[in-house]
Design a protein around this ligand. Structure first.
Ligand code: MD6
Ligand code: FE
Length: 214
């Protein structure tokens, strides 16, 4: 009863900087439902390895749901209402996704956040996302909410210049990161994913990244 909770540390909110925090375990209870939505969404808009402007195949496979999806090809990065692979609109964003993202944003003070886009990333061992800034959104007052599921990853949290050496944070199944405001343009990335087996996703890490675009 009065014993300290040995796992409390993992579930705590960890500030990353101004207007940015890692919410440990924020999505753990929704995780199985989130994963089954991911499977349903990607049955109609499948995961695919997009190309960068320079023609490199990304190691992370991606899909989207919501009224807009993030896409990359030889013409660059953009948001598009249609999935270029199917020609159809992206699948509807499940209410659970939207409410989870809004709730997480609210918990660090972003009260008017409603996501239009949810990028779904699929990492397998060896996949990585090099340091980048999220700058394809017109509305930079809105925060970004990011949910980690499945295999753990190392999150790289840099500064406002690419050359800043990033801090490293472990993101495990159920963790949520929210950032906006003064931290909105921080360089960040995901280090090479290690081999592993997760009981719900086997050799996969999923990441949901929610954004308001316009
Ligand atoms: C990932 N996330 O966690 C990649 N970007 O797989 C991102 O690039 C990201 O987590 C903006 C805000 C939150 C993020
Ligand atoms: Fe990003």
């Amino acid at each position: 009863m009065m014993q300290p909770d040995l796992f409390a540390d993992e579930r705590r909110t960890l500030p990353l900087g101004p207007d940015a925090a890692l919410l440990g375990g924020f999505a753990t209870e929704s995780a199985e439902a989130l994963i089954s939505h991911i499977q349903h969404i990607t049955a109609s808009s499948p995961f695919r390895h997009m190309e960068t402007r320079s023609g490199k195949r990304m190691s992370v496979a991606m899909s989207n749901c919501g009224s807009l999806g993030w896409v990359s090809d030889r013409s660059g990065y953009r948001y598009d209402a249609l999935d270029p692979l199917t020609g159809n609109p992206w699948p509807h964003m499940p209410r659970l996704f939207r409410e989870l993202a809004e709730h997480a944003a609210r918990s660090i003070g972003f009260h008017n956040f409603t996501p239009e886009a949810c990028l779904i990333n699929q990492y397998r061992p060896g996949a990585r996302l090099s340091l980048h800034q999220d700058m394809d959104e017109q509305d930079r007052t809105a925060p970004i909410v990011s949910v980690s599921l499945g295999l753990p990853a190392t999150f790289l949290w840099g500064g406002h210049h690419r050359a800043c050496r990033p801090k490293r944070y472990s993101l495990i199944h159920g963790d949520v990161v929210v950032w906006g405001g003064a931290s909105r343009m921080i360089f960040h990335g995901i280090d090479v994913l290690k081999e592993g087996k997760h009981p719900l996703t086997e050799d996969v890490r999923f990441n949901l990244t929610f954004r308001k675009v316009r």
